[in-house]
Write a new protein. Sequence first.
Length: 216
Amino acid sequence: MTIKAILPYLTALVMSLGAFEPAGAQEPSGLVSCPTLTSSDQRLIMQQWAPDGTCRRPTRTRVIDRFLGYSCLEAKPGNAKCRSHVPGPDSRALDTSTHYRCVGVDVTASPEGVTVTHMREWVVAEPKACDWEPPLNVLAAEVDFATSQVCVAALCLPVARLSAIGRLRLRRTVEQAFRDLGVIPNDGEAKAAALRTGRVMKSLAPIAPVHSAVQR
């Protein structure tokens, strides 16, 4: 998806599919719960289960994005089931852009021009420095523009299945990251010529939260 095509794609909102809040994960029979991983901003959660407590080789994984509003359960390797839900009112405090964060986008060249294929964003606590090869226990929010999916730990949900609030938040998150990276200027027009192929990475300082009477 080219940069010029990304902006109208992100602004197109449709009605929510009416999914429900994810139910609490119950410990499966014969499996032992592993330590729960949570991102520094409390937005992303990963729960895992393993036979006999062998957590180096978990056989069941569940991830939750509390800000965009979706969860994925992989009961068998390669067979993840994902669903969305309408984020709760308190989820507005989980906006990653209000934290010190690391952002990387993958950029390629094509006959149509410069293309952004993937974006990865994660929050850094202390020390405030980005390790561009973070360990596996660092949870990151990802957007796969090539397949129109949002992902956590390689478990992905199609963007079209997010609630209307989730898609609005995704659009704002991507637009803010692109502005901070210099991909698009503040007037919202694409500036593809300024990009190089490969990976563009940058540490981003927190931005002031936007308060609104309408949940976003």
